[in-house]
Design a protein around this ligand. Structure first.
Ligand SMILES: [Zn+2]
Length: 405
């Protein structure tokens, strides 16, 4: 969970091609002989599951175990959440493996991502900064170039851990939530990843473009100097994410990044622990959280994805906010019925009454995902909004769609 590695070498890419090809040819018998390929109902993503029969042949050299079926289901659910969050225009291919080896280093999960130089890519007519490397899957989505139509992201999970697989259950205090961790790793694969913590990388990643120090210096602009002075620039200091949409998701504030005392693979590519109770950023704090599920990317990650060049889905934004609520179990519904938070609409206004609830943050979004209000309220409040529109009202962990006449 708190490690991300990148593989940029050609060998990895060729390997990917070979395996994609074989996978295509053997899809019907794959289940019995190792790797299995599943496509989501929408057809937007294709998932390759490596199992014990692929030991030594999989993209990454780990000992593998066979997957519990429920674990595969959880991964597929995470892919559907992804499809509801990002505008996926070209089939996204992601590989997953289930390995006991990660337990030796007490890793929960690892993501391998291909990063590519984009020199000359402006010719495709896309908005891109050629000074930075991009995650290959983002380039694939941007240009649809068949060169990048392959498995650009591989995620390996620790098979020894106690996992919660079901979206209908919450993890116990000793469990990790597999849907949550899958989304976390995918977020790294989509570009929330820094090259500052990779000693052999000489080119900054697009995420690094938006990293600022306390003085407001953009670290990507003095990349070589920053890397050379890593102990003073990247350790024992505060660093922030300052890309436009990420900042907008944080009410105009830069997002504080995780900067441990010693530079590590978890440095900079996670959010500060202070967001551990903040649904907007909780998915990407460093380290592992037992007993907590965050089955959505959250506003911080979604804003950052946009800064990096991803397009968001807008029509399903409500689901993105709160996938748990949509499928909430009866216990949660009963709680709400006993102490209802009421949301009513008037002409050009939305009234929220918390009744007996503690003060809550109320965020109001347009259907297109633009935040129009974000306030902490107690008791009740009335928000004036432009009329004739549908809004998503989010209170705490719950969201509701309302029409304002
Ligand atoms: Zn991580």
């Amino acid at each position: 969970m708190n490690q991300i590695n990148s593989r940029n070498n050609i060998g990895y890419k060729l390997f990917t091609f070979v395996f994609s090809f074989i996978a295509f040819l053997t899809v019907s018998t794959a289940v019995a002989h190792g790797k299995e390929i599943r496509t989501t109902a929408s057809g937007l993503s294709e998932v390759t599951f490596y199992d014990a029969n692929d030991n030594g042949k999989n993209l990454v050299k780990y000992n593998l175990k066979n997957w519990p079926e429920a674990a595969k289901q959880a991964v597929m659910e995470a892919m559907v959440i992804t499809e509801n969050s990002l505008n996926i225009k070209h089939t996204m291919r992601v590989a997953f493996a289930w390995s006991p080896d990660l337990d030796k280093d007490r890793n929960l999960a690892l993501a391998y991502t291909s990063y590519v130089s984009v020199k000359g890519f402006s010719d495709f007519g896309i908005e891109i900064d050629e000074n930075y490397k991009y995650p290959a899957e983002l380039i694939h989505q941007m240009v649809g170039n068949p060169v990048y139509d392959c498995i650009n992201i591989t995620v390996i999970f620790n098979s020894v851990k106690d996992w919660c697989f079901s979206s209908k259950q919450q993890p116990t205090k000793n469990q990790q939530d597999l849907i949550t961790v899958t989304l976390h790793e995918l977020a790294h694969g989509f570009g929330i990843s820094s090259s500052f913590n990779k000693s052999n990388e000489k080119t900054p990643y697009i995420f690094d473009k938006y990293i600022y120090n306390r003085l407001g210096d953009q670290l990507g602009e003095s990349y070589a100097t920053t890397k050379a002075n890593a102990s003073s620039e990247l350790e024992n200091t505060n660093l922030y994410y300052g890309g436009k949409m990420g900042v907008q998701a944080n009410n105009g504030q830069q997002i504080q990044l995780h900067v441990p005392a010693t530079l590590s693979s978890a440095s900079i590519c996670h959010f500060d622990m202070k967001y551990k109770n903040d649904e907007r950023g909780r998915l990407l704090i460093a380290g592992t959280t037992y007993g907590v599920s965050t089955r959505a990317f959250g506003d911080f990650a979604l804003g950052i994805f946009q800064d990096l060049g991803w397009e968001l889905r807008t029509d399903t934004r409500a689901e993105v906010f709160s996938p748990n609520n949509e499928k909430s179990n009866t216990t949660a519904n009963e709680t709400i019925e006993q102490n209802p938070i009421s949301i009513r609409t008037g002409a050009g206004s939305i009234q929220v009454d918390l009744n007996s609830f503690d003060p809550q943050r109320v965020a109001i979004y347009t259907l297109a995902g633009r935040q129009v209000r974000n306030e902490l309220i107690s008791g009740s409040a009335t928000f004036d909004v432009p009329s004739g529109q549908i809004y998503i009202v989010r209170i705490g962990n719950k969201s509701e769609k309302v029409m304002v006449n």
